[in-house]
Each structure stands twice: as structure tokens, then as C-alpha cells.
Design a protein around this ligand. Sequence first.
Ligand code: ZN
Ligand code: ZN
Length: 189
Amino acid sequence: MMEPASTYEGTPCRKCGRTTRYVATGKCVPCRTATVRRVHKNKRATDPEWVERERQRGREWWSQHGAERNLRRLTDAKREAEARYFRDRYANDEDFKERARSRHRKRRALKKGASAERYTRDQAYAQTAGRCTRCGKLVSKDTDWHIDHRVPLALGGSDVLTNVGPSHPDCNLRGGATLAKTQESLFAL
Ligand SMILES: [Zn+2]
Ligand SMILES: [Zn+2]
């Protein structure tokens, strides 16, 4: 059984003592499931009437809820297939990833009341003729590089071409939400 991700500070399972979430009737779910399995196994071996009653109960349940259950299984499978499709399709699609990053930047800017416009990575790169906004050295297009904001989005900067330039990932992350003021001269404007 899969361990639930979250834990809680509560009554420990009275059987095994674990404090994992979802304690039912004093026992954690794995312990509870084990007990039910053991009881059922015993019943199946010794009580044919019980077996018949359970079978009947099962039939009734399926006639009432079967369609719903099957539908849910189907939609779960469909949702999973879709998620897998997108994961596979876009795992190596740089254009898609950049569009996603661009939407993310735009949202951040608009949230702070700043403005946003569409621009390409190439345009951002050209803003400083390929010089890192932080250290001023040339950024190679062949390696990973970040779009940096002169006035950071976190400080209310806009996601517009005149506010962006390329940066080394390390330089960009080190800079955090600080102004790229040392390299102002690099910018085209
Ligand atoms: Zn337990
Ligand atoms: Zn740099």
C-alpha cells in the first residue's frame, strides 16, 4: 500500500503505532485493510452463507453504482492519458516551454500592476547585444540562459522588451530581486 504523503499529529494507530494520516477505527488504513482481508479469508473458508450474502450484496452494489464507477474509471484513465500526452509532447519542446515561461512572467508583472508585452528570446538577447545584464560578459546562446529584468518583476518591473536582457543562470539567480544597475550601459536604450 502506498504511504499517504501527509502525516498528522494525532492518535497513533493502536496496532502498529504509526501516525500516518487516515486512521480508521483506531487503526491506520494499512492495518485496518489487513484485518478485513484476514477476516474475509476466514469467512470464505468457513461460512458459505456469508459468501453467498456478500456475493448478492456485491451484485446489488454494481447494479446501482456500476455505471458510475466505470465512468469514473474511464475519465481517470482519460485524464491520465492526456497528462502523459502533454508531458511527452512538451518534454523537449523549447518553444512550448518558453511560451509557458512567458505567460508566467506576464502574470507576475500584471499582478503587481506593471505592464507586459510579447517579445521573443532573441529580442531579449539583442537588448544588450548578448551581454549578461549582471556581469557584462557575453552570454552564449548555445548554453542555458535566463531572461533577466532590469527592474525585477518582484519590485514592480514590467515584462516589456526595454526591461529585459540575457543573463547567465548563476548571475540571474544570485541577483535575486535586485536592480541590475551595474550594467545599465549595456542596454540599447
Ligand atoms: Zn497500523
Ligand atoms: Zn553573468
